[in-house]
Write a protein that binds this ligand. Sequence first.
Ligand SMILES: NC(=O)C[C@H](N)C(=O)O
Length: 485
Amino acid sequence: MKEYLTLADIQEDLRAGDLTCVKLVDHYLQKIESNKHLNAFVEVYADEAKKAALALDEKIATQTAGKLAGLVIGLKDVLSLKGHGLQAGSKILQDYKAPFTATAVQRLIDEDAIVIGRQNCDEFAMGSSNENSSFGPVLNAADNTKVPGGSSGGSAVAVQAGMCHASLGSDTGGSVRQPAAFCGVIGVKPSYGRVSRYGLIAYASSFDCIGPITKSIEDAALILEIMAGADDFDSTVSEKRVPSYSSLLMWKGNARIGYIREAVESTAISLEIRQQTLEMLNRLRAEGHEVTPVEIPLVDALLPTYYILTTAEASSNLSRFDGVRYGYRSSEATDLESMYKKTRTEAFGEEVKRRILLGTFVLSANYYDAYYTKAQRVRRLVREETDKFFESFDFLISPVTPTTAFTIGEKTEDPLQMYLADIFTVQANVVGNPAISIPNGVDDNGMPIGIQVMAPYFGEEKMLAFAHYLSGLNKKVAEEYDTNH
Ligand SMILES: NC(=O)C[C@H](N)C(=O)O
């Protein structure tokens, strides 16, 4: 079967009768089978997907199909689909089944998207390499010795290797964008409050965002516009009207772009990433955009703020996993207290335990003001600085990551090194703004490099239009390169 970059292309062939949903689903199932070693899926809904495809082919024949007919998606193992397994990559949710469907997922299904399975991820979305999963690590399809990034690693690899057309991930500090960058695909973190979190397993509730992983900006825009908007089940979602992002992808005019000076100068960032980023910035300048280096005043405070506040929220959110009503329960327990202790000790992984400890520490009476309150204040300052930045600029551009995908096992012994992988992505979550990761070439070893565009709060419309334009620039350069060599 031919490679489809956009859903629109799939739908054209479906309409013309050159393709059926049944064939499409069979194709992805074969791809999942032949890429089993990548460990991207933890469960595949083969029969259900086939049945849905058959029914959808009839709808297409009678022209009653929804906007997402032909879209076969995978769900990160933190998104609820009623009656299906849901574990957040953790042993503690062993055999747990979702009692309802996440709003974002339901909205896609209502438009005839087909869910093909659930995807591997770091336990409770804590990680940047997908090595913290109770289902084992996911491998990068570009080089099987490298990590795919995390925590939505399975979701990114599934799209990278063509095992489904798109995936839904969640992004608390980069979990959609960083794996997208490591795998050479597109990842979107919407504004906080744009997409309902109902049915998403909580990690850090004031940071978590559901976002699409795709091969084209067109599909990311379409999926986002269908998922987004007010929801009675999540009071943090904005009532703001959702623009039709997918029909507003024409970028016009010149943008005022700020880029993080350090990101292209600091030797802590890989040389090839710096070069690729600079090249893109120069190209944008040559196209007439205003491109200015900026200092992010609180850049050193971003990671500490992120890791203090998210671990605090996580320690509270994860207290509900106690072995009482569902999931794993230790068989060694002798009384209630030992049941809690043994269950949590046996079923949570190292990284999750580390974060529960950190979070409990920063929330404890003696340290609350020194850490938690202080971090909240810094969060406020970062938001003010960011808002100020967007008074003079349309976009903030940076690499997505300081390095390309690293070798499996390279950073597992050093959690702080792992946290550093999030240096460029956490700001958008600390402040709530939207950001997108777009492929921007490869390094000398052929590993993908990403570039990030961050936009003002609720600025998805212009962010996606600009990202569309930027991907076009990238393609143009690649074509010129091909004709000159
Ligand atoms: N969940 C995320 O967005 C990933 C981030 N690396 C974290 O471990 O917190």
